[in-house]
Design a protein around this ligand. Structure first.
Ligand SMILES: Nc1nc2c(ncn2[C@@H]2O[C@H](COP(=O)(O)OP(=O)(O)OP(=O)(O)O)[C@@H](O)[C@H]2O)c(=O)[nH]1
Ligand SMILES: [Mg+2]
Length: 628
């Protein structure tokens, strides 16, 4: 006789993590699967479906989805839609989950439980992970999981996702066969609607003795200062200013060590390799090119240290709130702030974070201006030019001049973005509407050393992989173009001037002459379409190969360009890099998020146009001031 077997989908068991934004879904996902997805203290960190896998103690292999946070099952923005599609089984290429884990923030049961009840009404097997119980306890909110389970009619485990607490109980529950069965409906007397859920949650909180709203005094006290209309903006300016000061002053020593190390490797290679193409490839292509970018690692890590601390602390949504009115002047709302700030790291996550913006027009404008925020790939370019042309001295007895210039460059990007948004506001009626900002202010958390450490480690490995990958490949390609065809025996110019690269550069420099770029810069701009830092490695290779005759230049790139370029040229190049979209990956992300070629093409054209204009005006103004 045939036995009845439970039908298992070919893809195996599927479990989904669902909950309000910022309740700790990703922290729990990372704990279960051992992955390192981004966790931060604001709503809307996860904007797409992430997948992982884990095995329970009883040997069940479960595929688990981390989903964007949602307030209800009526999606109001593209990221919430992702979650709803999965829950309703509408997501392409994905089956409906076999089990839903409703992650619930114990410090905010009123709102969180409503979603849990709505999920339960979908008829999927589900359980509740009562998270953040550590913070709840500190605030005197005591929830007995059994009581809550009885009230909700579904299993409840309490967890502290950042401290590994409660995962064993969660896994045990997942191992129980009963967990994977659809739950019987409860509270039959209550209407099965959103409004019904609302009444039920009133009801449940009363039963738990948690009906009164517990004020969170520490966060409120901090907010009295942080959100003060006068002190708040001052603090925000001071924080940002301090970051750019630190990027230069703290990085000095470690940058020196990396520079010394690359010089030593270069000298060793120069001494032990026989003259010829291989030596040139290693010394001029790899070491002068890719090696020259590695020097900027400390500055990138310092920048990310601050970004990570700010993200974890809960300060970012406050900054969004402070800037809401200001953003309103240019037709945006504070909602665009976090996507724009994420673009300081890289425009791609910033463009993706725009999925949290419900209004389609605001979302598009945010995507279009995200590339104007100064991403970390611009940092090596700025740092090279600032290091070469801006003297190290204090202004006002306190600020480092180099840090001030860096701050000004970031500001130029922000002002450019606001200007573009303002222009777009004039053309779209929707841009002139006032949209009130509804944003959750999470409680402040002290960033943990572990989280910041992991974040920095991830950043360092991303950067080193870039140097060893795209930057190295572009450097070698450029080295090839700059080394062939070889100079004739009786040539009286340097090798590179006979090469393909030299010829291309000279042809291009006709177009760039009005903005003060020499042919070396013109050559370097082409491979820099792959990534902005490549302009630094490309200049390293070009100058290394431009050395006259046999003698090798021992000079660092910075001192070489400070001797051969005018200040006007350097300023013009800085202005160019504030605007120019030297990054194909960003344009590809815009295509993905807007679903067509129109927007990436518009972005590239308008940004190159602005870059040329800005460089031209900067160069001409500098010449007028006699800086040529
Ligand atoms: N103290 C404490 N902090 C937690 C706990 N779980 C998560 N966190 C912190 O809460 C914040 C939000 O965590 P995430 O995992 O990013 O939240 P999420 O639900 O994935 O958020 P979205 O992706 O924005 O929907 C982070 O700062 C975490 O470090 C917890 O149990 N206790
Ligand atoms: Mg998340």
């Amino acid at each position: 006789m045939k036995q009845a077997v439970i039908h298992v989908h070919p893809a195996g068991l599927l479990m989904a993590l669902v909950g309000n934004p910022n309740c700790g879904k990703t922290a729990l996902f990372n704990l279960l699967t051992g992955s390192r997805q981004k966790v931060a203290n604001y709503a809307g960190v996860t904007v797409e479906r992430k997948e992982g896998r884990f095995t329970t103690p009883a040997g069940k292999t479960v595929r688990v989805l981390d989903l964007p946070g949602a307030y209800s099952l009526y999606p109001r923005s593209p990221d919430e839609r992702v979650t709803c599609d999965v829950l309703y089984g509408r997501a392409t290429g994905e089956k409906r989950p076999d089990l839903v884990v409703c992650v619930v923030d114990a410090t905010n049961l009123r709102r969180n439980l409503r979603l849990a009840l709505a999920v339960k009404r979908l008829g999927l097997p589900c359980l509740v992970a009562l998270n953040m119980t550590d913070i709840a306890e500190k605030r005197g909110i005591k929830v007995v999981p059994e009581t809550l389970a009885a009230e909700l009619g579904m299993p409840v485990v309490s967890t502290v996702a950042v401290k590994n607490n409660g995962v064993e109980s969660l896994l045990k529950l997942i191992d129980e066969q009963a967990t994977w069965r659809t739950l019987p409906p409860v509270a039959a007397n209550v209407e099965a609607t959103e409004h019904g859920d609302h009444i039920a949650v009133r009801h449940i909180l009363q039963k738990l003795g948690l009906d009164e709203i517990v004020p969170h005094t520490t966060s409120d006290r901090i907010d009295r200062f942080v959100l003060n209309p006068v002190l708040g903006p001052l603090l925000l300016t001071a924080v940002l200013f301090m970051v750019f000061q630190a990027v230069f002053s703290w990085a000095e020593a470690p940058m020196g060590w990396i520079e010394d190390a690359t010089t030593t490797v270069g000298e060793l290679a120069g001494a032990y390799l026989a003259d010829g193409w291989l030596k040139s490839l290693i010394v001029d292509g790899v070491i002068a090119g890719a090696g020259g970018v590695l020097v900027f690692l400390p500055q990138i890590l310092i920048l990310f240290f601050f970004i990570l601390v700010l993200e974890e602390s809960g300060y970012l949504p406050r900054a969004a709130f402070l800037l809401d009115r200001f953003m309103g002047w240019v037709g945006l709302s504070g909602r665009s702030f976090i996507p724009m700030l994420s673009s300081f790291a890289c425009a791609i996550p910033g463009i993706m974070a725009a999925r949290t913006i419900g209004n389609p027009r605001d979302r598009l404008v945010t995507i279009l201006i995200a590339p104007l925020m100064t991403c970390s790939a611009r940092l090596p370019v700025y740092a090279l030019l600032i290091g070469a042309f801006i003297p190290q001295r204090e202004v006002g007895g306190f600020f480092e001049l180099q840090g001030v210039v860096l701050f000004a460059l970031y500001l130029a990007g922000i002002i450019g973005a606001m200007g573009v948004a303002w222009v777009l506001k004039q053309f779209t009626a929707a841009g002139r509407q006032v949209r009130p900002l509804m944003m959750e202010l999470p409680s402040y958390h002290l960033p943990t050393v572990r989280n910041v450490g992991i974040g920095l480690w991830q950043r360092a490995s991303i950067f080193i992989r870039r140097v060893g990958g795209i930057i190295l490949v572009s450097s070698v390609l450029l080295w090839f173009l700059a080394s062939f065809p070889a100079a004739p025996e009786d040539g009286d110019k340097s090798q590179i001037e006979y090469s393909y690269a030299g010829q291309i550069g000279k042809a291009m420099s006709v177009a760039f002459e009005p903005v003060g770029f020499n042919w070396q810069i013109s050559v370097a701009l082409i491979p820099a379409m792959a990534a902005r830092e490549v302009v630094v490695s490309a200049l390293g290779t070009v100058y290394s190969l431009s050395a006259e005759g046999e003698e090798e230049t021992e000079q660092a790139l910075g001192s070489l360009i400070s001797e051969t370029w005018s200040l006007a040229t350097a300023l013009s190049m800085l202005a160019w890099f504030v605007f120019a979209p030297h990054c194909l990956a960003t344009l590809a992300a815009i295509k993905r998020e807007t679903g067509g070629w129109r927007m990436p093409i518009i972005t590239a054209v308008y940004l190159f146009g602005l870059a040329y204009l800005a460089a031209f005006l900067t160069y001409r103004t500098a010449l007028w001031f006699g800086l040529g």
